[in-house]
Design a protein around this ligand. Structure first.
Ligand code: SF4
Length: 431
């Protein structure tokens, strides 16, 4: 046992991934719930953005000044509160540059939400911003309402400025970091969404790690793969980048092991999946992102991975199966197009469970990324799991094996009281 979980789940042998095999995958129960207890609502207040990042996949009009009318928000929340079984709602403003809507807009939006919010449903606020418009007033507002603020920040200026540019083509680093410092000054919770591209790999992983560690910023990195709208983008990563990426992630992983005060979402989540016994069951809606409700500025909506926004498909149309003004959310969840999409996503997760040695750590991958590569959801291995999930699971298992063998040498017993185990426990506890 390690931290309450049978060690075989993660493979403590002298051969990478031996423990994570098809037999072990049978341990993981895939199940579907008819109701959603924790709903993540992605509210897209506008499609406007003042930045023009080199990998942006947004299909919306980045020059449009249209803001989601407050009566659309009001209609949406009334429909949401009518959904059965909800225990918690996360309201997340995301897409375009959400601060463009202005502070008064958010004051009114929160007034509407809090006026109608049922007292028995917990809720929290988050927002994802490029940080360039942040100031003291915004930070105080976020602090007052206990927002978690994610800032799109790709690391030091030499990396960030090549990727995240203003519309005039200049790097946005100075404005973004000023925004991050303002948030820190007011103790606003949050972290960085850091996109890793070919450009990132030109610099040592140490630079990226210490840049964030020095500023006490949590890291949520995202590997930008050659899929979807970025299929031909020279900055994005493909199979041939795996050797470089492996070296990079290995170093990031070593640093994360060494400095336990740094939170890296994918690493910490991996620890939770592998070590937390409550994660032995895989809730399908959750794994397929179908408990995420995305609402566009005009009220059209879809359930699924937000990256699908704006995608047009010959089988699923634009994935928007309704409008919050006219349609009930539960009716849409029971409609034929949604159920077809849901079944295809579930089939993809099932296929992962049946076929993949890495399922224990990954749990079925990113359904939108599967779709962007194959125009289907019912597939298993895909580019982004090759570029990230499989690499970090191998790093993790091999670190465990090293410690296991080291312990065995000294005691002939597996006593998980070493640094890796401490880290694992921290990983479960933190976030
Ligand atoms: S997404 Fe990829 S790594 Fe994850 S379980 Fe499926 S095939 Fe395995």
């Amino acid at each position: 046992m390690i931290n309450g979980v049978v060690i075989e789940h993660i493979g403590a042998t002298n051969n990478n991934l031996v423990g994570i095999n098809k037999t072990m995958n049978d341990t993981y129960v895939l199940y579907k719930k008819d109701t959603t207890d924790h709903l993540l609502i992605i509210l897209c207040p506008c499609t406007f953005c003042n930045n023009s990042c080199v990998y942006c996949m947004s299909q919306g009009d980045k020059n449009s000044s249209f803001i989601m009318p407050l009566n659309v928000l009001k209609a949406a929340i009334k429909k949401i509160y009518a959904m059965p079984g909800l225990n918690k709602i996360t309201y997340c403003w995301h897409s375009g540059e959400p601060l463009f809507a202005g502070l008064n807009y958010y004051r009114s939006a929160l007034q509407i939400i809090e006026r109608f919010h049922p007292s028995d449903i917990n809720f929290e606020y988050t927002i994802q911003t490029n940080g360039t418009l942040l100031n003291d007033e915004w930070a105080l507002f976020f602090k007052d309402y206990n927002f978690t603020v994610g800032v799109s920040l790709d690391g030091p200026a030499k990396i960030h400025n090549k990727q995240r540019k203003s519309k005039d083509g200049k790097g946005s680093f100075n404005k973004t970091i000023a925004g991050v410092e303002t948030l820190a000054k007011h103790n606003v919770r949050g972290g960085a969404l850091c996109v890793i591209t070919r450009n990132t790999l030109k610099y040592p992983a140490d630079d990226l790690f210490h840049f964030f560690r020095d500023r006490k910023i949590d890291i949520n990195y995202l590997i930008e793969a050659k899929i979807g709208a970025n299929r031909n983008n020279p900055n994005t990563l493909s199979i041939k980048d795996i050797p470089n990426l492996r070296v990079y992630l290995k170093r990031l992983f070593e640093l994360w092991l060494e400095f336990s005060d740094v939170y890296i979402k994918d690493f910490n989540m991996l620890v939770t999946r592998l070590f937390d016994p409550t994660f032995l069951n895989v809730e399908l809606n959750n794994a397929g992102c179908l408990d995420i409700l995305n609402i566009n500025p005009d009220g059209t909506f879809f359930f699924g991975n937000p990256e699908l926004a704006g995608t047009i498909d010959e089988r699923f149309g634009n994935f928007n199966y309704g409008n919050v003004i006219y349609d009930n959310l539960m009716d849409v969840r029971q409609s034929i197009p949604f159920i077809r999409q849901q079944q295809e996503i579930f089939a993809g997760i099932e296929k992962c469970k049946q076929e993949c040695l890495y399922f224990a750590g990954c749990r079925g991958g990113n359904s939108a990324h599967k779709y962007f590569q194959f125009n289907r959801f019912d597939v298993s291995s895909h580019l982004t799991c090759e570029l990230n999930d499989k690499i970090i699971i191998e790093l993790f298992v091999s670190a465990l094996e090293d410690e296991f063998l080291e312990e065995k040498k000294e005691t002939d017993l597996f006593l998980p009281n070493n640094s890796l185990h401490r880290m694992a426990r921290n990983g479960v506890r933190r976030r």
